[in-house]
Design a protein around this ligand. Sequence first.
Ligand SMILES: NC(=O)C1=CN([C@@H]2O[C@H](COP(=O)(O)OP(=O)(O)OC[C@H]3O[C@@H](n4cnc5c(N)ncnc54)[C@H](O)[C@@H]3O)[C@@H](O)[C@H]2O)C=CC1
Ligand SMILES: O=C(O)CCC(=O)C(=O)O
Length: 342
Amino acid sequence: MPHDSAHERVVFCQDRDTGLRAIIAVHSTVLGPALGGTRFYPYASEQDALTDVLRLSRGMTYKAAVAGVDLGGGKAVIIGDPTAIKTPTLLNAYGRFVESLGGTYVTAGDVGTNSDDLDIIAEETAHVVGKNTTAGGTGDSGPQTALGVFLSLLAAAESTWGSDDLTGKRVGVEGAGKVGYNLVALLREAGAEVIVSDSYAPALDRIVTDFPGVTIGSDIIGADVDVYAPCAMGATLDASSAARLTASIVCGAANNQLLTPDVEAMLAARGIVWVPDYVANAGGLIQVEGELRGKDSDQVMATIGKIRDTVSGIFAIARAEGILLGAAADRLAEDRIAAAQS
Ligand SMILES: NC(=O)C1=CN([C@@H]2O[C@H](COP(=O)(O)OP(=O)(O)OC[C@H]3O[C@@H](n4cnc5c(N)ncnc54)[C@H](O)[C@@H]3O)[C@@H](O)[C@H]2O)C=CC1
Ligand SMILES: O=C(O)CCC(=O)C(=O)O
């Protein structure tokens, strides 16, 4: 994904009474309203928050385009430690900023936010999805994101190893939160050996309790695994980690896994396949798009099911043209956006 394209709109939100500091970035509305979750995170600086939201929102444009949903790309970040400063009044203040954009940006959940928070944001704006079912939403999108990642891994396994049988394959899941936890469940059902890391001890306790037989690790990148599934924060793959990685497939939910696009070539030089993150992790987006547009769950599940074919198609393009998967996926996205503009 190119890192230099311009955003349509970037809005800094500040509310003195609640201490809210947030940035909403609308990358593109060519295919529809810019939808993307709100990340609540203790960024070291406003510059770090801005860099993250610009990258995340651009990724949403590409994600929606490849997933085939009529949405643009946007994302938001709230700066601060959610465990320390998240209050209903702060979330309400944030909701008023979302509302002030008039539907150009539609928010959802991400790291540091959940369906309960979205219900509170929805007290101030109609432009929010991923709410609890009791509030008219479709609930946590983590399980459907995990399903899309799992289907992507099946496609990658088939293309790489000639079989989608994961029995006995060692899969390292980095991050056992809303997505990672559900991915572990799917992998265990498929007979994979799973090793999990998380920097938050209660998340690991839940894994140990719910999935006996799962190994707990601390350094998934350096672990002896067949698959690396990043499901925590982005940018875990750089020149140094790409050189250390033992897996032959990278397929996970984290947005923006590559620190810079050239890391994919470094992985490829070592025979490691990288499934583009924004293709693999579109399940949640497809779910909340269904919520926005009032689609039934059969329609939503059918669209999520297509992620596997999309990944297989990207492998086929990459092989036929001798290009990397990232370039093949980018082209699918850019062609769809260009067609909508012509
Ligand atoms: N929730 C969703 O439906 C979607 C999530 N994503 C992306 O997937 C990733 C995970 O999202 P969620 O599961 O919703 O977040 P989450 O906040 O529920 O879970 C993330 C987990 O990663 C852990 N973590 C943080 N730093 C870590 C590290 N260095 N090593 C190991 N674990 C670490 C956290 O303690 C937490 O348990 C994020 O990058 C998010 O942007 C992408 C598409 C949709
Ligand atoms: O998955 C969601 O709930 C919203 C989509 C999103 O923010 C993402 O895919 O990163």
